[in-house]
Design a binder for this molecule. Structure first.
Ligand SMILES: Nc1ncnc2c1ncn2[C@@H]1O[C@H](COP(=O)(O)OP(=O)(O)OP(=O)(O)O)[C@@H](O)[C@H]1O
Length: 356
């Protein structure tokens, strides 16, 4: 999708912004026997210093590829191109894709930390949690005394008993405790950005909600910028200042959370909102999105959502829409976004109106 053309609104939004990470025209390609698989397609995104950004999309839409791209960590034989820039608070911008392996290792953890789905696979099952913290601090030449004090404080912040947790093997902790411990481990080197890829997917609803509120506290206390990646729109909407929606390996809409929830311009975002339980609409009003997401080897021409879209016209088949401003920082990649609100009413809004 073309995000190359900068509109006047983009310029205005850009000049007012203070990005900590900037992604420009990122693309990830795998050469497969059955063809070229483009699993990230010309994605441009700015992560603002101090914000909580939610990245939302269906399974397989490219969310994890976007997360790995931020740290030049796309697995072989995937080929990442584009520009990834990290802006430290002080000092010159860092071109992430030009870093040596050593510099990249420093950037990861010390500046930008990642937490992935399924905490158990991130721990070494033969090592106590204490050793995980100690090895991380030593590998980055951090003071062990200060670092372990910070580890204890972080574990307490996350409502864990530091002594018990540090003395345990990973399998001795529940799923929720493992995930909170992993978050503490990710933050122990005092990074500025914490990227979490489906950090609560394996947890029950209550534990998900409690981790969300702990993350809010952690962000405020440690002055973190957070990126929360998930398929669970209602969950991330509780936390995020801004949402970016992915469909078929592209970003198709970005904006402040409330604008997306109440005034989404992309038919896919509106369908996603209508297909999601928990947004104040009764279960019988949930409408699954008809059709299925495209195979990355065979993405439809034009707007990749057109085969599933009730508003699609010949123009959508022929022409990939550019990003266009809806209002302020809210941008959408759709030829027919002005008709979307009338054509695809939002269930949860209708119910809220009914409550008045
Ligand atoms: N190592 C790989 N080689 C080739 N294709 C891959 C590889 N890893 C992932 N893909 C493909 O890249 C696409 C995007 O995957 P990605 O994991 O980023 O999606 P996702 O939105 O994070 O999904 P989920 O929520 O299920 O994790 C998918 O079509 C997936 O099959």
């Amino acid at each position: 999708m073309s995000t190359h053309e900068t509109t006047a609104a983009d310029e205005r939004a850009h000049s007012a912004s203070d990005p900590i990470v900037e992604i420009r025209n990122a693309e990830v390609v795998f050469e497969m026997d059955r063809g070229v698989s483009r699993v990230l397609d010309d994605v441009s995104l700015e992560i603002e210093r101090g914000e909580i950004l939610g990245i939302v999309g269906e399974s397989g839409s490219g969310k994890s590829m976007l997360a790995s791209s931020m740290l030049d960590a796309v697995v072989d034989p995937g080929v990442l191109s584009g520009e990834i820039t990290y802006y430290p608070e002080d000092g010159d911008p860092i071109d992430v894709l030009a870093l040596s392996d050593h510099e990249l290792r420093q950037l990861r953890w010390e500046e930008i930390a990642m937490v992935f789905q399924g905490a158990m696979s991130s721990f070494n099952p033969t090592m106590k949690i204490r050793t995980h913290f100690e090895e991380t601090l030593e590998a980055h030449n951090y003071s062990l005394g200060e670092g372990m004090d910070r580890a204890r404080e972080l574990l307490s912040d996350l409502y864990l008993d530091p002594d018990r947790v540090l003395d345990s093997y990973p399998h001795e902790l529940s799923g929720g405790m493992q995930q909170r411990t992993l978050i503490a481990l990710s933050v122990v080197l005092q990074p500025n950005v914490l990227v979490m890829d489906e950090p609560t997917a394996a947890l029950d609803l209550l534990m998900q909600r409690s981790i969300i509120s702990l993350l809010e506290d952690l962000k405020a206390k440690y002055d973190l910028t957070m990126v929360f990646i998930t398929h669970d729109l209602p969950l991330v909407a509780e936390l995020a200042d801004r949402l970016a929606v992915m469909y078929a390996f592209e970003l198709i809409e970005q904006g402040p959370t409330q604008d997306i929830l109440h005034d989404a311009g992309h038919p896919y975002t509106r369908a996603l909102l209508n297909s999601t339980p928990n947004l104040d609409a009764p279960l019988e009003e949930m409408r699954p999105i008809a059709g299925s997401a495209p195979d990355p080897v065979n993405v439809p021409a034009g707007c990749s959502y057109h085969p599933r879209c009730s508003l699609a016209t010949d123009r959508c088949v022929a022409q990939d829409p550019d990003s266009r401003p809806v209002d302020g920082d809210h941008v959408v990649d759709c030829h027919h976004w002005e008709d979307a609100a009338d054509e695809i009413p939002l269930n949860h809004l209708a119910n809220m109106e009914g409550d008045r």
